[in-house]
Design a protein around this ligand. Structure first.
Ligand SMILES: Nc1ncnc2c1ncn2[C@@H]1O[C@H](COP(=O)(O)OP(=O)(O)O)[C@@H](O)[C@H]1O
Ligand SMILES: [Mg+2]
Length: 327
């Protein structure tokens, strides 16, 4: 396989530098930089409209950036689009399989589109069908498939050419939990086999499960990057959520626990709740129970919850996920 120079220099197989893209007045990407190391998984995490699909389309040669550069394995996505296409696979946000064809027919069709020879098509299709547990369903039309099965077939189709880098745009959007876990397992297996993956998602949990590094994208800008642990730590880590039995004791409860965390506890008077950022989760839980007990404050409920994407976003951007952009 031909390899460009960038990859050899620093081990990164995908390099994105200063990429900007506008659609009319909407600046969808405002100068994005990122790097993906060979054999790793990068999760691009952000809410609807953040610019994830735009960036994926640029990286996969489907759209030209207004400014900036992307190289994959040393090939420039604009100048060497053909070379880039030969080493990447893409599974779009919406399934690209044909409902009226069987699973096997879909894979054969994709193989023909890429001008693979018949024997290779048959062999690869058989391998992929088996690998993604679609053997039973291979001869059924896709319209009888569950959402998870369609997604698996869709990903199988993008793997027909054995790409070095696989792009997955929201691979589990619209799937139920069970199908989501199936798709996660499939991605884990691909990565174990050495495929480099860049995936986009709206779910912190998904990025958490799959990605070595996460880039948080917000209105076309990368606002944070790191491992999921690092991002959660930036958001203050776990959250201790306490509900007091007697609402009139909320103020007193707040005072009793206010010294336990570096950040101020948030009081939700209507719910009778206090949310305490708890970077050191279990320790804070134990201390809070003791402090409230010492002050004779009855606890109705106390839970330690992992930070959600909302918490991370709120901490990083001061905004809630999904808030409308004010133009
Ligand atoms: N073809 C298009 N024409 C005009 N605006 C677009 C188009 N595609 C995307 N946008 C806008 O660009 C921004 C980023 O969209 P997109 O890349 O699809 O985000 P995401 O995939 O994170 O939801 C959004 O404001 C969206 O409305
Ligand atoms: Mg999208």
């Amino acid at each position: 396989m031909t390899t460009g120079t960038n990859e050899l220099k620093n081990g990164s197989i995908v390099t994105v530098k200063g990429v900007k893209k506008a659609y009319g007045k909407v600046q969808a990407l405002k100068g994005v930089n990122l790097e993906l190391q060979s054999g790793k998984v990068l999760g691009l995490l952000g809410p609807n409209g953040a610019g994830k699909t735009t960036l994926i389309r640029i990286m996969t040669t489907l759209l030209k950036p207004d400014e900036g550069e992307v190289s994959i394995s040393g090939f420039d996505v604009v100048r060497n689009a053909q070379a880039v296409r030969s080493i990447i696979g893409l599974t779009g946000q919406y399934a690209a399989v044909d409902e009226e064809l069987t699973g096997q027919e879909n894979l054969h069709m994709v193989g023909r589109l890429y001008h693979l020879d018949r024997d290779t098509i048959r062999r690869r299709a058989r391998e992929l069908i088996e690998r993604f547990s679609l053997t039973q369903a291979a001869h059924r039309t896709v319209k009888t498939y569950s959402g998870g099965m369609r997604r698996r077939l869709d990903v199988a189709a993008s793997l027909l050419m054995s790409p070095r880098v696989l792009f997955l745009d929201e691979p589990t959007s619209g799937l139920d939990l069970r199908s989501r876990i199936e798709v996660w397992n499939m991605i884990h297996e691909l990565v174990a086999d050495g495929t480099t993956v860049l995936l986009t998602t709206q779910y912190l949990e998904e990025a958490d499960q799959l990605a070595d590094t996460i880039c948080v994208i917000h209105y076309g800008e990368i606002v944070a990057r790191g491992t999921s642990g690092e991002l959660k730590a930036q958001s203050g880590g776990d959250v201790l959520q306490i509900t007091v039995a007697d609402r009139s004791q909320l103020g007193k409860a707040r005072e009793a626990i206010s010294l336990l965390a570096a950040k101020e506890p948030q009081v939700e008077p209507v719910l009778g709740q206090i949310n305490l950022p708890a970077a050191n989760g279990t320790r804070v839980l134990v201390d809070a129970v003791r402090a409230l007990d010492d002050n004779n404050i009855e606890i109705e409920d106390i839970v330690l919850r992992r930070p959600t994407l909302d918490d991370v976003f709120l901490a990083l951007t001061g905004e809630k996920v999904g808030e409308e952009e004010s133009l």
